[in-house]
Design a protein around this ligand. Structure first.
Ligand code: GUN
Length: 264
């Protein structure tokens, strides 16, 4: 039965610690998108100097609140807080960001519970564009826990042969030139140039970099690479909105799973 008929409104709670301006914009966009599709959302703020205990207490209280289906701890956290450990306090059934070790472990084991939102958005872009992953060569540039590593696993699960490159890779172009699917997630503006891309490749730009003139740019030199690639995502307006859509999709999934199964 649909959530509406059961009188269940999916609810996402995001936590921002401190006042990182980029995080503030991301969260504002998430709240706006939730409003548009009828998902309840709220942002809880803690001061940058808050204690780990205060943050853990907030997470515990949200875990216990049956009206909250999804919990998102906006990253990065202030340096004094250990994000890797604190994320583990989110109840796995509310981990709509897919970043707890429980969610990542399930992904590695091939039984995803919540897939991390940015890679999930990339996969959906590829699927909707009709790009075959099975048997293709994919290169992921970046090895973060949020994007690079889960992205590689998710492409591999769909049959791609995946190479992960990163800041220590010796000859990056040697790898990227072989990619049918190239995902750039490094945080280095313009890293991927036209000569590094195979003609006809699908190029997905996950980077969001603020240039000295205040403009946003991806990791890919869009003008040069669009002349070579078969398809390419822009920044802004490519992967970013997909990440938000997938947070919402995961929140709806969490709400659906929270409804006890009815006896036939
Ligand atoms: N900061 C930048 N991207 C993300 C994301 O996908 N999830 C969270 N929690 N924080 C982020």
């Amino acid at each position: 039965m649909a959530l509406g008929q059961l009188d269940v409104r999916p609810r996402l709670v995001a936590i921002q610690v401190g006042d990182n301006p980029a995080s503030r914009i991301y969260l504002r966009n998430k709240v706006r998108a939730c409003d548009e599709v009828g998902v309840d959302s709220e942002v809880h703020h803690l001061e940058a100097g808050c204690s780990q205990a205060a943050l853990l207490a907030m997470l515990e209280s949200l875990n216990r609140n049956a009206r909250v289906h999804g919990i998102l701890l906006q990253l990065p956290l202030p340096e004094a807080l250990d994000a890797g450990w604190i994320l583990q306090a989110i109840a796995p059934e509310k981990d709509v960001d897919g970043l707890t070790w429980a969610s990542l472990g399930a992904l590695i084991a091939g039984h995803p519970v919540f897939e991390p939102c940015t890679p999930r958005g990339v996969i959906m872009l590829l699927e909707r564009e009709g790009i075959v992953m099975d048997g293709r060569d994919a290169v992921v540039v970046g090895r973060s826990v949020i994007v690079g590593k889960p992205m590689a696993l998710m492409l591999m699960a769909r049959g791609a042969t995946v190479t992960i490159c990163h800041s220590r890779t010796r000859d990056l172009a040697k790898h990227t030139r072989g990619a049918d699917i190239l995902v750039a997630a490094t945080g280095r503006a313009g890293l991927i140039t036209g000569d590094m891309v195979k003609p006809g490749a699908a190029v997905i730009d996950v980077g969001i970099n603020r240039l000295p003139d205040g403009k946003l740019a991806g990791d890919v030199d869009f003008t040069a690479v669009s002349a070579v690639a078969g398809c390419i995502t822009p920044v802004p307006g490519g992967v970013g909105p997909m990440t938000i859509a997938m947070v919402i999709a995961n929140t709806v999934l969490a709400a659906e799973r929270s409804v006890p199964a009815r006896k036939a």
